[in-house]
Write a protein that binds this ligand. Sequence first.
Ligand SMILES: NC(=O)c1ccc[n+]([C@@H]2O[C@H](COP(=O)([O-])OP(=O)(O)OC[C@H]3O[C@@H](n4cnc5c(N)ncnc54)[C@H](OP(=O)(O)O)[C@@H]3O)[C@@H](O)[C@H]2O)c1
Length: 273
Amino acid sequence: MRVHSAGLNPIDYKIFHGGPAAVRNEAVPPCGNGNDFSGVIDELGDGVTGFQIGDAVFGGKRMHAQADYVVVDATRIIGKPAALTFEQAGGLDIAGRAAWASVASLGLTAADTVLVGAAAGGVGMLACQLALRTGATVVGTASAVNHDFLRDLGVIPVAYGDGLVDRVRELTPTVTAALDYNGAATIDAALQLGVPGMRINTIAARGHRAGTGITEVGGQAATLNDLEALATLIAAGEVVLPIDRVFPLENVQDAYRYLMTGHARGKVLLAVR
Ligand SMILES: NC(=O)c1ccc[n+]([C@@H]2O[C@H](COP(=O)([O-])OP(=O)(O)OC[C@H]3O[C@@H](n4cnc5c(N)ncnc54)[C@H](OP(=O)(O)O)[C@@H]3O)[C@@H](O)[C@H]2O)c1
């Protein structure tokens, strides 16, 4: 694969800062960085079928994507729909899988009102749109600057921080489920709002309130078919995936400094070529 765009995700800096994520991913520097990529097939390995040199594709390879070229298993890539930009495709693997699997895990229906924590982030905005497609009502936490953006998606925005529970109660009489993409505060608010633990899923606060039935379904539960289905929805304009900022590869440090502010709206990418 000749890489065109490489997406950034919080897991990258959790790995390169060391700690549990680095241990889980067996990251031993010096090593590569980044997972998400889009690009063009440059060479085919023996026995690969279904792809040709020159095909535009996208996918992920943990700690390898931010490079001119990536050697990747053909079972880990998907043909890029023509209407999906290289930037959108290059930012989809981790956030798309996580959004798809976490929303699916709750079995939402039109009878649900779901609280989404960090609704305007890379995962959160996709999850909000997938939750809305089930017919559920979606209340999403975000800074005021993102409230109009969320309203345009069909999400009822609410500010996070002190008083969240009271603000949600003013917006809706009942909350039946919660999707957490930021941390403990969303989980605690959901429990206080009467959501049973087994109807709360988190991908951002491992082990928080253990024993209450909270699930931790993330991207690993999503298949390549799920990712392809999401890419098709984005290509058709039925789900939007805004690109917040694109940095040149040589400015990768600035790109991570920006992502680490924690206020990206949509995806942050590196332009590799
Ligand atoms: N397990 C998995 O499969 C998996 C996969 C992907 C991601 N994750 C995890 O999920 C989390 C989100 O990932 P991401 O890619 O969506 O990150 P991201 O794009 O960096 O998230 C940024 C969002 O977080 C919001 N935010 C910042 N502070 C907040 C607070 N105190 N309360 C609520 N929201 C806050 C921001 O909202 P405003 O700008 O509106 O303030 C912004 O929209 C990360 O912890 C990541 O590691 C796990």
